[in-house]
Design a protein around this ligand. Structure first.
Ligand SMILES: Nc1nc2c(ncn2[C@@H]2O[C@H](COP(=O)(O)OP(=O)(O)OP(=O)(O)O)[C@@H](O)[C@H]2O)c(=O)[nH]1
Length: 378
């Protein structure tokens, strides 16, 4: 089989996938997919230059070709890191292509050395990507697909480097239709396709997770929205019913005179107060407690294992923390009224919320800035 044809096939394949990605997800696809588009572009440019090097100023075209391939391997590392949500050294990304270019110029046209250094460098770069992918956390299928494709590619590239440096007499020159060259280019082509499929899956997973987050969180405060909180609280309530003595408390909390804050200081300041309230609630509660924005300036809390003494302390802490946070950040204090009930075995969430709301109503009418409790909370 003709190696130039295979090289051209890699080039065309990379360009077609680049085009398909641009059409399907756009050239400005966020995060990892954009880096993968750069990786495909680097492959196309690199192999295009290597083909050109057979006819045109080989020193320049071959050097630019290996630099493009090395930059493309860096883009593969960047793609993996972005999808895995890890950071990688920037220097580790741009230094190999630059160094490789310089070294290539100095060693040219010594085939053994240029080929050895090029293959070892690019092989190790791809190995870095595969290591990130295969050791990353999570059970995502795409991680294994891309990681194994990169591992195969990396091992074969490093092996070529070792072979040419150690046993140059048996190393097949790149353009010779030797089984090793054919196998390498076929594997490279397959790994480009598998990598593109894998990272598209990763892109879809990330979009799905973002949608789930959007559907379950309140955008202003970052707390659970009403629907998500109700679902989680219902599930927890089931557990409370079965675990006698869980001593769970439901607390409904409503910021005081919030309309006045909006009217007198503006809606953006009102939004800031809501954000601070969200931060205070997140900061003061335990991981096992469930907090959500119930609507407007109203919040719902389900406090597990909350005995009367602990509840008294928490309630005082919440009132004080909100006043202090608003005073420090906005220059005026904000307080809240709240109603608390202890969950009864077998009680529905709706019934418990209604009881807590009655207590909240009492707190508002008793002068605000306080928490009213049904029997048994304190
Ligand atoms: N800035 C801002 N305001 C909101 C948001 N959601 C609801 N509000 C406002 O919250 C205000 C709630 O007003 P009220 O229900 O009268 O309550 P209040 O003024 O706190 O009175 P009390 O609860 O009796 O102390 C209304 O003006 C709503 O427009 C929001 O996301 N941002």
């Amino acid at each position: 089989m003709d190696v130039i044809t295979l090289l051209a096939a890699v080039l065309v394949n990379a360009l077609l996938m680049l085009l398909a990605l641009a059409v399907c997800v756009g050239v400005r696809a966020r995060g990892g997919l954009q880096a993968w588009q750069l990786m495909l572009l680097g492959q196309a440019l690199g192999f295009g230059m290597l083909i050109a090097a057979t006819r045109l100023v080989p020193l320049v075209t071959a050097t630019l070709g290996v630099m493009a391939l090395s930059a493309s391997a860096s883009a593969m590392v960047l793609t993996s890191a972005r999808f895995l949500g890890v950071s990688v050294s920037r220097r580790g990304l741009w230094l190999p292509p630059l160094l490789l270019g310089v070294v290539h110029v100095f060693l040219f046209p010594n085939l053994k050395q240029t080929t050895g250094v090029t293959n070892l460098t690019i092989g190790l770069q791809i190995g870095w990507a595969s290591w990130l992918l295969l050791t990353g956390v999570g059970r995502a299928r795409w991680r294994w697909l891309c990681g194994l494709a990169a591992l195969g590619n990396s091992l074969l590239t490093v092996a070529r480097g070792v072979l040419v440096l150690g046993w140059p007499e048996i190393y097949p020159r790149f353009l010779v239709p030797h089984p090793l060259n054919i196998a390498h280019l076929m594997l490279l082509n397959a790994s480009l396709v598998l990598g593109t499929m894998g990272f598209l899956l990763a892109h879809r997973d990330a979009a799905e997770q973002a949608l789930v987050r959007l559907a379950s969180l309140d955008t202003l405060t970052g707390l659970f929205n009403r629907r998500e909180w109700m679902q989680r609280a219902s599930r927890a309530l089931g557990a409370v019913g079965s675990a006698a003595g869980d001593a769970a408390v439901l607390l409904m909390l409503d910021l005081d005179h919030f309309k006045r804050i909006n009217d007198e200081r503006g809606h953006p300041v009102g939004d800031e107060v809501l954000k601070l309230a969200g931060e205070v609630l997140r900061g003061e509660l335990r991981a096992s407690d469930l907090v959500g924005r119930y609507g407007g300036e109203e919040f719902c809390l389900l406090l597990r294992q909350c005995d009367p003494e602990a509840f008294g302390r928490l309630d005082a802490r919440l009132h004080q923390a909100l006043r202090r946070r608003c005073e420090a950040s906005l220059g005026f204090a904000v307080d809240f009224s709240a109603g608390a009930v202890r969950l009864q075995p077998g009680e529905s969430l709706a019934a418990a919320i209604q009881r807590a709301d009655d207590q909240l109503y009492r707190a508002k009418h008793a002068g605000r800035g306080r928490t009213c409790c049904a029997n048994g909370v304190l």
